[in-house]
Design a protein around this ligand. Structure first.
Ligand code: GLY
Length: 362
């Protein structure tokens, strides 16, 4: 039942192994005879540390642990320093491996430490959230936040392997799981109309976290991301399409101080918005637009703001300040049809304001 997806990046190529726990030790062969520092957070380590340590020891590694407090505040230079201290105290050398066990925060933080400790040591991703499995654990973006903004410090640093143990999804809170489905739906919209149609037909399997179906879906999403990253590892162009719905989504997260919407919820509202812009700018068919909205709603994602709309001026400013904006000009990823998008699209300000009004309930 395990699936393997390969990301071909020359000497930085790696496999992504997806499936239930039972088959995962074989997937970790690269750690044999090496010392691993398993980095996790205070929620995931107690829940999954023992099982994942057993996977690594069965694969022939010795394992130490480092736990950071759960929450985005740990994605900081202070935590990086703390992990360097723990790595030195445990005697990690150039052959050692840092293992990120957790969601996007842990993967980004541990990946940054791995990419910079002793000028870079091996890094293995063990994502435990749907979002991390289909997005952040693949593609090599690592980093931490500064008080001035998110992800302002970082390196592109690819893992040696990604091990997505689907058992870990069983303890993921429902809201977090559904939030991850936003990124899954995104892959259908930007790249794969067949995946999108499959998701439409399998909402019940998604809701029940059916492992067989999720193995197929996570593998397909990783293959799409791998394909994009192989073509544009450092986001010179094409990789931007992974940010469909994210220009508005990031702005929503920022103006609500990252405490009202989970990432997937904010980008769902952003994909609703991008659908409206796509219809008016690129002729995205209305039927496709409705299908995207219907699927997002069917899995339990919000299409509109909770309560009052955040200030348009604040959102406009946040969109302009996004580090993906070039020379102050807002560029959007817009859909042509389900399965195909264009990037670098400019949109009139009047349209931007007008459609923001559609994101309010009622
Ligand atoms: N999450 C978007 C990217 O990896 O480029």
């Amino acid at each position: 039942m395990t699936k393997t997806v390969s990301v071909a990046l020359g000497e930085r190529s790696y496999n992504i192994n997806i499936g239930p726990d039972a088959q995962m030790s074989a997937a970790c062969a690269l750690v044999r005879g090496r010392h691993c520092l398993m980095v996790s957070d205070s929620n995931v380590m107690p829940a999954w540390g023992d099982q994942c340590e057993a996977i690594l020891t069965a694969a022939g590694a010795t394992v130490g642990r480092a736990t950071v407090p759960a929450g985005e505040q740990s994605k900081s230079l202070a935590c990086v320093q703390d992990l360097y201290d723990q790595a030195l105290a445990q005697g990690l050398d150039r052959r050692s491996v840092i293992v990120a066990l957790g969601g996007g925060m842990v993967g980004d933080l541990a990946g940054y430490v791995a990419g910079t400790y002793l000028r870079g040591i091996s890094f293995l991703q063990m994502p435990t959230t749907l979002l991390a499995m289909v997005d952040s654990s693949v593609g090599g973006k690592t980093g931490v936040n500064l008080p001035q903004g998110k992800n302002l410090i970082g390196v592109f640093y690819q893992p040696i392997e990604v091990v997505a143990n689907l058992d870990t999804l069983s303890t993921l809170p429902e809201r977090e799981y559904v939030s991850g489905l936003a990124e899954v739906i995104k892959y259908g919209v930007i790249w794969d109309a067949d995946l999108f149609a499959s998701l439409e037909s399998n909402v019940a399997h998604l809701a029940s976290r059916d492992q067989a179906y999720l193995t197929e879906v996570v593998a397909r999403c990783c293959a799409i991301k791998g394909d994009v990253v192989q073509q544009d590892e450092r986001e010179g162009g094409l990789r931007a399409i992974l940010n469909y719905g994210h220009t508005m989504g990031h702005a929503i997260e920022q103006v609500s101080s990252y405490n009202t919407y989970l990432h997937g919820e904010a980008i769902t509202i952003g994909m609703h918005y991008a659908g409206l812009l796509s219809r008016d700018v690129l002729g995205f068919p209305e039927d496709d637009r409705q299908r995207v909205n219907a699927l997002m709603a069917a899995v339990g994602l919000p299409l509109t703001f909770r309560g009052e709309m955040p200030s348009w001026d604040a959102m406009r400013q946040a969109m302009s300040a996004d580090k993906k904006t070039s020379a102050g000009v807002l560029k959007f990823v817009l859909a042509k049809r389900i399965g195909e998008v264009a990037f670098g699209c400019e949109v009139d300000d009047d349209l931007l304001v007008q459609h923001c009004g559609c994101l309010v309930d009622g």
